[in-house]
Design a protein around this ligand. Structure first.
Ligand SMILES: Nc1nc2c(c(=O)[nH]1)N[C@H]1C(S)=C(S)[C@@H](COP(=O)(O)OP(=O)(O)OC[C@H]3O[C@@H](n4cnc5c(=O)[nH]c(N)nc54)[C@H](O)[C@@H]3O)O[C@H]1N2
Ligand SMILES: Nc1nc2c(c(=O)[nH]1)N[C@H]1C(S)=C(S)[C@@H](COP(=O)(O)OP(=O)(O)OC[C@H]3O[C@@H](n4cnc5c(=O)[nH]c(N)nc54)[C@H](O)[C@@H]3O)O[C@H]1N2
Ligand code: SF4
Ligand SMILES: [Mo]
Length: 752
C-alpha cells in the first residue's frame, strides 16, 4: 500500500479464520492489505481441516465485496426500496408486529429461520430471546426440509435432539453410506473437513467405502462398491439387512444390554422383510443385500450412515431409525470406528431443549410440532387459509424458503398475501423481495465466529475462535444485534426483571458468553481461571486447538430418563403399516411406469440458494439440468441437451436434459437452490444463471408422516419434450410480480 508521502508501507497481513459456509469448518488463511482481500487459502496448521478448502471459500471474498450485498435497512415504499436508519426500521417493524399481535393474537406472527442461522455464533446465542418474546406457536425453519428425522431419533433414543452420533470416519474400516454425497457437500451431520482424503485413507488402510445412491455420485465414483437404489426405499433395504442379522444371529450380545427391552419386538417386525421380498422394490438383488450385510458384520470397525437422500423422503424418519438400530444391534454405536458422540468444548445440549415432539398440532393439516416448530410444508396453507389463527405476518431470518421449501410457487403466492413481512438478510432474494422491511446483517468476515452447532457433530473434538477479519462499519449490525434490538423494543412494557436479564446477556456480548461457556464447559477449569480452555486460550491459538478423537461415553452421557437407549419401537415401527400400504398393497402406486422419480443433487460450487451471485461459483456450463438415464431417453424419444417439460402434481418447469448412465433408470435428478427468475429480486449474476427451482415441483402435501419432514426425494414426475416455452416458468418475462404489494409499490432498487 502507498502511504501519503509516497513511500511503500507494508500493511499486508495474514489472518486465520473458519469458513462458515458449510458444515466442514475448514480453517482458512486470509491475506489482506488494509480492507483489501488478497487471497483466501486453506490453513495448513488448522488441526481439523489440515489445509483443505473447497472453491466456496473464495466466495467469502465475493460476498464481502459484492456491491449488491445490502448494508443498510430498507423499507418498501410507494417509490420503491428506500434506505432508512436502524432505529426507524426497528421502531416501525416492532410497531407493526405489535399491532398485528394485538389485533389477531400472538400466533398471527410466524417466524422462519433458515440454514445460515446455525452457522452464526451470535444468532445462535441471542436468537432464542427474540423467539421467546414473540411467543408464537407458528415457528418454522429449514430443519423440516432437512435433518428433522435425526433430531427425533436422537431425542427418543438418546434423550436429546442434539445427541446425534456421527461416523468415526478416521477409524472405520467399512463405511456404508446411504443417500449422502460428501465429496460434493463436504459432509453433513458429520462435520468433516477434507472428506475425500479421509475416505481414500480408509481404502489405503485396506478398508472399504460402499455407497447406496440412485446416482453414481462423486462419492460413489471413489467407492469400492456402489448400489443404485430406487428412491425412497431405503427403509426396506435396512429392514432386509436387519432381517439377515436376526436370521444369522449376528447380534452383538454385549451391546444389547445398553438398550431397552424391545429387541424381540423389533425382530418380529423385520421378519416380514426378507431380502427376497424387498429386492424387486428396492432394486438391489437379494443376494447383494445379504452379501452387503455379511461384509458389514465381517469388518472389524464398520459403520452405517445415512443423510439427505435418506432423511428428506417419504420414509425419512423410519429410515434414520433403522440405520441407528442396525448400528446399535451390531454394537457399532459408541465404538471406535462406528457411530460416536462428540465431546464439544461448548455443549449446546446444556443450552437447548431436548426436543419435545407433538406438543402442538398445526391448524390446517394437524401436523405435529417438534422443538416448538411446525413442518415448513404447512407454512403456505397456514397463511392462505382464512380463519381463527391464520398467519398474517412473517419474520424470515437467513432463509430463502421460496426456493428451498416444497411447492415454492404456492409459498410465493402466500407471502404476497401477508399483511406484513420482515426479512433479516443481506440480499434482496426471491423471498426477501416480499418483505416490507429488510434488515441486513454484516457479512461473515465482519463478525466473530465460534462453531457452536457443528462442533457438536464433528468427527474430532476441536475448538477454534475466529475474530472478525474486518471491523464492521460503524452503522452496521450483526444478526444478534438486530435480534436484540427487536427484542428490547418488544419488551418495552415487560417487567423490569425481564428487561434487565436481556440487558445483562447483551452486555456480555458474543465473546463474553463464549468465554463463560468455555470456562464452564468440559475442558474449562472451574477452580483456576488461568488454566483450562477459555476464550483467551483460543485467541492465543488462532489455528484452533485439537481436543482429540471421539471417545466412548455411554451409558454415562445418555440423556434418557432410564439411562439406557430407549428404542421406542412402537413409535417408529408403527410406520410399517404405511410401508405395507405403499409398497405391498393392491392399491400400491409405487410402480407407476409412466412416472420418473425425482431426486436432488448438490455441486461443490453451490450452497443451497444463495451463493449464485459469485461469478467464480456460477461460471461455466449451466449445472441446473435434468439428469436422466439413456434407457429413459430412448423410451421417451428424447435426447441430450433437449429442453423438456418436467411436470409434477404441483407444477411444471423447463430445463435441459443431461443424459448420463450415472443415474439409475427411472430416476431424474435436478439440483435445488436455482430459479432466480422472479422480478424484484436483486442478485444480477444469480439471475443471469437463473436455472429453475426444483421446488416448483416438490409437493407440500406430501410429508414423511412420522415427522412432518418434507419429501424432496422420490417425487413422481413426467418428462416430455418442451411444449410452448410460454407455458413454463423458464422466462423471467413471464413471471408474475409478487401479488399485492409490489403491484402498488415498485421494487425499483435505485434508492438502495
Ligand atoms: N429440493 C430440495 N430442496 C432443498 C434441499 C434439497 O436437497 N432439495 N435442501 C434443503 C436444505 S438441507 C436446506 S438447509 C435448505 C436451506 O434453505 P434456507 O435456509 O431457507 O435457504 P438458503 O438457500 O440457505 O438461504 C439462506 C438465506 O440467508 C441469507 N444469509 C446468508 N448468510 C446469512 C447470515 O449470516 N445472516 C442472515 N441473516 N442471512 C444470511 C442468504 O442471503 C439467503 O437469502 O434448503 C432445503 N431445500
Ligand atoms: N456444495 C454444497 N455443499 C453443501 C450444500 C450445498 O448446497 N452445496 N448444502 C449443505 C447442506 S444445507 C446440507 S444439509 C448438506 C447435505 O449433504 P448431503 O447429505 O451429502 O447431501 P446431498 O449432496 O444432497 O446428497 C444426498 C444424496 O442422496 C441421494 N439420494 C436421493 N434420494 C435418495 C434415496 O431415496 N435414497 C438414497 N439412498 N439416496 C438418495 C442423492 O442422489 C444424493 O447423492 O450439504 C451441505 N453442503
Ligand atoms: S468445504 Fe468449502 S464451504 Fe465448506 S467449510 Fe470448507 S471451504 Fe468452506
Ligand atoms: Mo441443510
Amino acid at each position: 500500500m502507498k502511504a501519503d508521502n509516497g513511500s511503500v508501507t507494508d500493511t499486508r497481513k495474514t489472518s486465520y479464520h473458519t469458513c462458515n459456509l458449510c458444515e466442514a469448518m475448514c480453517g482458512i488463511a486470509i491475506e489482506t492489505d488494509g480492507e483489501q482481500i488478497l487471497s483466501i487459502k486453506g490453513d495448513k496448521n488448522d488441526p481439523f481441516s489440515r489445509g483443505h478448502i473447497c472453491p466456496k471459500a473464495t466466495a467469502l471474498q465475493d460476498l464481502y465485496e459484492d456491491p449488491e450485498r445490502l448494508t443498510k435497512p430498507l423499507e418498501k415504499t410507494e417509490h420503491g426500496w428506500t434506505t432508512i436508519s436502524w432505529d426507524e426500521a426497528f421502531d416501525k417493524v416492532v410497531s407493526r408486529i405489535q399491532r398485528i399481535q394485538a389485533q389477531y393474537g400472538k400466533d398471527a406472527v410466524a417466524t422462519y429461520l433458515g440454514n445460515p442461522n446455525v452457522h452464526n455464533t451470535g444468532g445462535m446465542l441471542y436468537g432464542r430471546h427474540l423467539l421467546h418474546t414473540l411467543n408464537t406457536k407458528n415457528m418454522y425453519s429449514a430443519t423440516s426440509v432437512d435433518q428433522l428425522p435425526h433430531h427425533i431419533v436422537a431425542s427418543k433414543l438418546f434423550g436429546h435432539m442434539l445427541k446425534i452420533p456421527v461416523p468415526d470416519i478416521d477409524r472405520t474400516d467399512f463405511f456404508l453410506m446411504l443417500g449422502a454425497n460428501p465429496v460434493a457437500s463436504n459432509g453433513s451431520l458429520m462435520t468433516v473437513a477434507d472428506v475425500k482424503t479421509r475416505l481414500k485413507d480408509i481404502q489405503k488402510k485396506g478398508g472399504k467405502v460402499v455407497v447406496v445412491d440412485p446416482r453414481r455420485t462423486e462419492t460413489a465414483e471413489l467407492a469400492d462398491q456402489h448400489y443404485f437404489i430406487k428412491p425412497g426405499t431405503d427403509a426396506l433395504l435396512m429392514l432386509a439387512m436387519l432381517y439377515v442379522i436376526f436370521e444369522s444371529s449376528l447380534l452383538d450380545a454385549k451391546a444389547t444390554s445398553l438398550m431397552s427391552n424391545e429387541i424381540e419386538g423389533i425382530q418380529e417386525d423385520v421378519l416380514n422383510y426378507s431380502p427376497e421380498r424387498v429386492a424387486p422394490i428396492v432394486g438391489i438383488d437379494a443376494v447383494e443385500i445379504r452379501r452387503l450385510t455379511y461384509q458389514f458384520t465381517e469388518a472389524k470397525r464398520p459403520v452405517c450412515y445415512g443423510r439427505m437422500g435418506t432423511s428428506v423422503q417419504a420414509f425419512g424418519t423410519l429410515t434414520q431409525y433403522l440405520i441407528t438400530v442396525f448400528n446399535l444391534l451390531l454394537g457399532r454405536v459408541d465404538k471406535v470406528g462406528g457411530l460416536m458422540f462428540s465431546s464439544p468444548a461448548i455443549d449446546l445440549m446444556n443450552l437447548t431443549s431436548r426436543g419435545g415432539f407433538d406438543r402442538n398440532r398445526s391448524r390446517i393439516r394437524n401436523l405435529p410440532d417438534f422443538n416448538s416448530e411446525f413442518p415448513v410444508s404447512t407454512l403456505a396453507e397456514e397463511i392462505l387459509t382464512p380463519g381463527e389463527g391464520q398467519i398474517k405476518a412473517l419474520l424470515v431470518a437467513g432463509g430463502n424458503p421460496i426456493l428451498s421449501t416444497p411447492n415454492g410457487e404456492q409459498l410465493d403466492k402466500a407471502l404476497g398475501e401477508l399483511e406484513f413481512m420482515v426479512s433479516v438478510d443481506f440480499y434482496l432474494t426471491e423471498t426477501s423481495r416480499h418483505a416490507d422491511f429488510i434488515l441486513p446483517p454484516v457479512s461473515p468476515l465482519e463478525r466473530d465466529h465460534y462453531d457452536l452447532a457443528f462442533n457438536m457433530l464433528a468427527i474430532r473434538n476441536v475448538a477454534k475462535f475466529s475474530p472478525a477479519l474486518f471491523k464492521a462499519p460503524k452503522h452496521a449490525k450483526q444478526d444478534w444485534e438486530i435480534y436484540c434490538a427487536l427484542t428490547e423494543r418488544l419488551l418495552k412494557k415487560a417487567p423490569l426483571k425481564q428487561r434487565l436479564q436481556l440487558k445483562l446477556t447483551e452486555a456480555l456480548g458474543v465473546r463474553g458468553q463464549l468465554d463463560l461457556l468455555l470456562r464452564t464447559g468440559r475442558y474449562g477449569n472451574k477452580l483456576n481461571p488461568f488454566k483450562g480452555l477459555s476464550l483467551k486460550k483460543l485467541l492465543n491459538n488462532p489455528h484452533g486447538v485439537d481436543l482429540g478423537p471421539l471417545q466412548p461415553q455411554l451409558p454415562k452421557s445418555l440423556r434418557t430418563k432410564s439411562k439406557c437407549v430407549e428404542l421406542n419401537r412402537d413409535f417408529f415401527m408403527k410406520d410399517l403399516h404405511r410401508i405395507e400400504k405403499t409398497y405391498f398393497s393392491e392399491a400400491s402406486q409405487y410402480d407407476q411406469t409412466d412416472k420418473l422419480l425425482l431426486i436432488g443433487r448438490r455441486h461443490v460450487r453451490s450452497n443451497n440458494s444463495w451463493l449464485h451471485n459469485s461469478h467464480r461459483l456460477v461460471k461455466g456450463k449451466s449445472r441446473c439440468t435434468v439428469m436422466i438415464n439413456p434407457q429413459d431417453t430412448q423410451r421417451l424419444n428424447l435426447e441430450d441437451g433437449q429442453l423438456v417439460d418436467v411436470t409434477s402434481t404441483v407444477g411444471n418447469i423447463q430445463l435441459s436434459l443431461e443424459v448420463t448412465d450415472h443415474i439409475m433408470p427411472g430416476v431424474v435428478s435436478i439440483p435445488h437452490g436455482w430459479g432466480h427468475t422472479k422480478t424484484g429480486s436483486r442478485w444480477t449474476k444469480a439471475e443471469q444463471h437463473s436455472g429453475q427451482s426444483v421446488n416448483a415441483l416438490t409437493d407440500d402435501s406430501q410429508v414423511d408422516e412420522l415427522s412432518g419432514n418434507a419429501v424432496l426425494n422420490g417425487v413422481p414426475v413426467t418428462v416430455r419434450a418442451a411444449s410452448d416455452p410460454k407455458d413454463s416458468l423458464t422466462l423471467k418475462a413471464f413471471q408474475k410480480a409478487p401479488k399485492k404489494k409490489t403491484k402498488k409499490k415498485s421494487v425499483s432498487t435505485e434508492n438502495i
